[in-house]
Ligand binder design. Structure first.
Ligand code: C5P
Length: 228
């Protein structure tokens, strides 16, 4: 197995107040540096590709300088949607790559434990996603009223990184492009092919920084971890 990582960091940060959040300072480093460092430090991950906003590559490269984030193999430009950005990232992987972890830069609290759980699972599965059980009561809402309660016992939230055999995820993205299928993550596209999607346990602390106020939570999580 020759595992590479693709980090997508080409979002425009619309829900974050309209500014790109990749370089927003978080516990002493730009947000993107956390994911790059944690994926890059794993011995069983051979290399990294970082997908950046169109014409934003120099800013991002410059912003990471001095934080000891090591080598990045390629800096492809992203597209209009996350899906397009991932596709560009997959196209930029070197020919020796056989497997890939696809990760959102917006999840800076990814841990080495979770990365290892995913790479271990790749020995037995071609597509693996981390899931966390739903803890809130879940309801279906119609207008401003609750329509019905959803049985949460089989409901889970899906996180990144997500781990794939490279041929399979490339096939899933190509098929999605052909059929016009869109999805908010990559596992969904594997499922759309009719292939098995395995799970590993995700982490409650692996939050997604979506709104500006999520930064304070991520900051607290990273501070807690570095104190452990
Ligand atoms: O917008 P959202 O929070 O779903 O983005 C998830 C991840 O996808 C972020 O890390 C963001 O930078 C990335 N993204 C991207 N290209 C886009 C949209 C989002 O790389 N066009």
């Amino acid at each position: 197995m020759n595992i590479f990582a693709v980090i997508v960091a080409a979002g425009s940060g619309e829900r974050f107040g309209g500014r790109p959040k990749q370089l927003a300072p978080l516990s002493g480093m730009p947000m993107l540096a956390w994911s790059v460092k944690r994926l890059g430090d794993r011995r069983n991950i051979t290399g990294l590709v970082c997908v950046v906003p169109p014409r934003g590559g120099d800013d991002i490269r410059g912003g990471l300088e001095g934080f000891g984030v090591g080598d990045i193999d390629a800096w492809p430009e992203g597209g209009e949607t996350r899906q397009e950005s991932v596709r560009n990232g997959l196209a930029a992987l070197p020919p020796e790559a056989t497997h890939v972890l696809i990760h959102d830069a917006a999840r800076p609290c990814v841990t080495e434990r979770l990365i290892s759980r995913l790479t271990d699972a790749l020995r037995d599965h071609d597509a693996v996603v981390p899931v966390t059980p739903a803890v809130d009561t879940l309801v279906h809402v119609e207008g401003d009223s609750v329509d019905r309660v959803v049985d949460r016992s089989h409901i889970a939230g899906v996180q990144t990184p997500q781990a794939f055999e490279l041929g399979l995820i490339r096939r899933a993205h190509a098929a999605a492009k052909d059929t016009g299928t869109t999805a908010s993550d990559d596992g969904s596209l594997v499922l759309a092919l009719g292939e098995r999607l395995a799970t590993v346990e995700g982490e409650r602390m692996n939050i997604k920084v979506t709104y500006a106020e999520d930064m304070a939570i991520a900051d607290a999580i990273l501070m807690l971890e570095t104190r452990e």
